[in-house]
Design a protein around this ligand. Structure first.
Ligand code: UD1
Length: 382
């Protein structure tokens, strides 16, 4: 039995194509949800949108400090592995659940596969960087999305035979769901299509501790988004962490917060950034696809905008995904208001850059992963 582990929002779209490819080939696998993200809008809706089956095990760990969350995932996942020893544990991305489950498996001498291995921001103040470095170190199969990642792993002394350049599973999911997303209706509901004609708008997402946990940074970014909003509407599907911080810092009056989209009047105009709850996969893909500009601190969105040809400004000083700058539509702008606003207005005026396709970002990454596992000689019993 192979275990596919997912814990937080960005994991679900990465395991979905792997699970589908395994299903197609009759490869025995189970989905383990750690419960790091638990709200319906951060988790449940993704299973529906992506056609993922109900997880075979749900660890229900919830929130906590890094140590608490990592520890709770480890304790719960170890019990699952004791009950039924899997022949392989596949972890994806860089969240706390990723490193926690990899560590449990490695100590039980169960082979570990890391999907999206080798990405490096070289910024150890990011919890995700710690998770990436540690997970790669103890993984047996390192599945990479780009040549940079291969080079990073080689530099860190990972033997070449463990590294498999397979492409980007997140893009598999995007390609698979583009047509479905076109019917989401979210743009009409938000008033971003008037009389059937698209309105120019920007989309923003924020959740990194460095941006939302510091009062000054969050204020700077909101100020920038509001300045951009004066020129074109900015829609801001806000992460629960970000809403929490906005409330804590008394900044809710800096945004127009619509808690319930069902009650929204699409004809209404909003004086400040239109802030809405997190969207499901298909709605967000539709919203992003129609945008003139995206401003984000997310890793995955830098990749998705590259494929969609949408200009992306990354509100961070660095990225673990430099290929999105070199071959894509991404630009790093940090969180200084002056820079963000002038770059945003310049970039939004640019024409869509057309589709870019970094090597193997072609919708077939999951099949490549499953092929590698198939040929590896692992004994996979049901
Ligand atoms: C986590 C990942 C990050 C990823 C992000 C995507 C780590 C270290 N970070 O960050 O890499 O990009 O997910 O969303 O693993 N919360 C809710 N409801 C939920 C989930 C979280 O209210 O369903 C709240 C929690 O109470 C907590 C905050 O959001 O206060 C942060 O959640 P957490 O999972 O710790 O980290 P993220 O910021 O989501």
């Amino acid at each position: 039995m192979i275990y596919l582990v997912a814990g937080a929002r960005p994991n679900f779209m990465k395991i979905a194509p792997i699970a589908r490819s395994m299903r197609k080939r009759g490869m025995p696998h189970k989905i383990v949800h750690t419960g790091q993200h638990y709200d319906e809008e951060m988790s449940g809706t993704f299973f529906q949108d992506l056609g993922l089956p109900v997880p075979d095990a749900h660890l229900g760990v919830g929130s906590g400090t890094h140590a608490q969350q990592t520890g709770k995932v480890m304790t719960a996942f170890e019990k699952v592995c004791f009950r039924e020893r899997p022949c392989l544990v596949i972890v994806v991305g860089d969240v706390n659940s990723t490193v926690a489950c990899a560590l449990v498996a490695a100590k039980l001498r169960i082979p570990v596969a890391h999907v999206e291995a080798g990405l490096r921001s070289f910024d150890r103040s990011m919890p995700e960087e710690i998770n990436r470095v540690l997970t790669d170190r103890i993984s047996d199969y390192l599945f990479t999305t780009c040549e940079d990642a291969n080079a990073n792993l080689c530099r860190e002394g990972i033997p070449a035979e463990r590294i498999h350049f397979v492409g980007n599973v997140m893009i598999d999911t995007l390609i698979e769901h583009q047509k479905m997303a076109a019917h989401s209706g979210i743009r009409e509901r938000l008033g971003l299509e008037k009389n059937g004609f698209p309105v120019r708008y920007a989309v923003s997402t924020l959740h990194r501790p460095s941006n939302v946990d510091e009062r000054e940074s969050l204020r700077n970014i909101l100020e920038s988004l509001n300045a951009i909003h004066e020129k074109m509407p900015v829609v801001f599907p806000a992460h629960p962490r970000t809403i929490k911080q906005l409330k804590k810092f008394g900044m809710m009056d800096q945004v127009c917060f619509l808690e319930d989209l069902a009650g929204m009047d699409p004809r209404a105009s909003h004086e400040r950034v239109l802030t809405i709850p997190p969207l499901g996969y298909l709605d967000f893909l539709s919203l992003m696809s129609g945008a003139s500009l995206v401003l984000t601190d997310s890793g995955g969105i830098q990749e998705e905008t590259t494929i969609l040809g949408i200009p992306c400004l990354t509100l961070r000083p660095n990225t673990e995904r430099p290929i999105t700058i070199r071959e894509g539509t991404n630009k790093l702008v940090g969180n200084e208001p002056g820079i963000i606003v002038s770059e945003a207005l310049g970039w939004a005026a640019r024409k869509k850059t057309g589709k870019k396709l970094p090597k193997f970002w072609d919708g077939k990454a999951a099949d490549r992963i499953v092929r590698v596992i198939n040929r590896s000689g692992l004994q996979i019993n049901a």
